[in-house]
Write a new protein. Structure first.
Length: 172
């Protein structure tokens, strides 16, 4: 059965935004699984996502304090519909990322990561798919705030889409 996935990272709530934009909450409500690749900043967002998500997979980031580090791992892995996912906040510099991550996560089909706020979708030579959804609340040098959606089905990841946040200040 296909699973609808939502990938977010670097939300920085409440420092970059008081709350997640309404568009992101709608995506949470429509997803079967929500991935958050770190830099939550406040545990209250983790609490909210745990309540609203059917299944939440999260890791802590470099801007997350002791409370979040106590509740979330540095790396996570999960197999969904035959697709093996790994997740971490930081992967280091862009140069050499694919080979470095392929060596670090040899059992994964997909690596979800954050940190840079820069969307990333590449495939390493041996097939590891690397996905960074950007940030839904802090676009930094990007044209807009973003997140990603995808579908896991029968051992394949499909319909990967980078979604622009239309109005990042509109939150619920």
């Amino acid at each position: 059965m296909p699973l609808k996935l939502l990938l977010i990272a670097d939300t920085h709530v409440p420092k970059r935004a008081r709350e997640l934009p309404a568009q992101v909450w709608d995506a949470v409500d429509n997803a079967d699984v929500v991935f958050h690749a770190g830099d939550w900043v406040a545990a209250s967002l983790l609490d909210q996502l745990e309540l609203r998500s059917r299944l939440l997979v999260g890791v802590h980031g470099n801007n997350d304090g002791a409370d979040l580090r106590h509740r979330l791992p540095e790396t996570a892995s999960i197999t969904l519909e035959g697709v093996r996912f790994a997740m971490v906040h930081e992967t280091g510099q862009a140069k050499g990322r694919e080979l470095r991550c392929e060596a670090a996560y040899p059992e994964a089909d997909v690596l979800v990561f954050g940190h840079s706020h820069i969307p990333w979708d590449t495939t390493a030579p041996k097939g590891l798919r690397l996905l960074n959804p950007g940030s839904p609340t802090d676009r930094r040098r990007q044209p807009s705030c973003t997140y990603m959606t995808a579908v896991a089905d029968a051992g394949r990841l499909g319909n990967v889409e980078l979604v622009n946040v239309v109005s990042p200040q509109t939150a619920r």
